[in-house]
Design a protein around this ligand. Sequence first.
Ligand code: DGY
Length: 320
Amino acid sequence: MRVFITRVLPPAGLEMLQRAGVAVTQWTEKRNLSPEEMVSYCQQHDALLYAGGRGIDRTFLEQCRHLKVISLLSVGYDYVDMKAAQELGIPVTNTPGVLSAATADTAFLLMLAASRKAFYMHQRILNGEWGFSDPTANLGISLEGKTLGIWGLGNIGHVMARRCVRALDMKVIYHNRGRNAAAEKELGAIRVSFDELLQQSDVLSIHTALTPETKGRFNKEVFARMKPNAIFINAARGGIHNEADLIAAINNGLIWGAGLDVTNPEPMQADNPLLNMPTVAVLPHIGSATVETRNAMSCIAAQNIIAAMKGEPLPNLIRA
Ligand code: DGY
C-alpha cells in the first residue's frame, strides 16, 4: 500500500504507518498543493491521508476513484464532498474523540482572553502604551457564576462546559437537537430553545459542525437577540458566523466581544478589524494543536489507513 500525505505527519502516526509496511510520500513544501498536483500524486498512490489543503471536491474524487481510503487528520469533514465520495464508493475516515480536550481548552482560553481584553492589552505593551495605573481603565468582565451557553453539546462542548463549571462555577445551558443526558447528569446542564440560549448566555460557545443548517447562522439578526454583555466563542468552524455582522455587532454594542479560533474566511487577513478590537481574541485555527493531541490524531489516521490496507473494517468511517 502506498499512501500520499498532504503535509508532514506528526511522528507517532508516521512511525505507525512505517512499522506496518506502508510506503509513505509526504508533501513537505510549505504551500498547498494545486488541484492538479493533488490528482497527480494521488493517482500514483493507493490511499490519501489528508492533513490540510484546499479541500476535497467532486472533480478530485472523480479522478481518484481508485483510492482505497481517504483518511482525514481532523474530526470535521465539511471540506469534503461527502455526497460525491459516497456515490463514487470512496470511504472517508476522521479522527473523533482525541481532540476534544485540546479544542475545548482553546475555547476556554479564548473566553478568558476576550473577557479580560488580554490579547489587546498584550498588543498595547508591545506598542509602548502601558501608561499609568488607572482604576477605571482596562476593565474586563468577570465570568465567575455566569451562564455558559453551548450550541452543539457533543464531546468538545462537554469538556468546555466541564472546564467552565469546575474552574468558574458557571451555570450551563445548551441547545441541541437531542438531549445530552451525560452532561445534564454531570454538570446540571439544562437544554433550552435556541431563543433562550441567545437571551440567557453570558458566554455563547459554538461546538457544532458546519452544515447547510448551521452555515451563517450567527448573523446580524441573531447577534441582536443576544445579551449586550455576551461573549461569542467560535472554536468550531468560521462558516457558522457572518464576520461582517460580528464586527458590526461588537462595534454597535449588541454583544461585548468574541473569541475566535476559526474565521470566515481562513486565513484571516492581517487588516481585519477584529484583530484591533479590545474585546476580541483571535487564534489561527489551532484548536487541536498540542503535541499530544496531534500525535494521537495521527495515530488514528494511520490506523484507518492500515485497516484499509488489511481489508479490515475502517474504525472511523464517516457515515454522513
Ligand atoms: C478538526 O479536527 O476538525 C479541527 O478543526 C482541525 O481542522
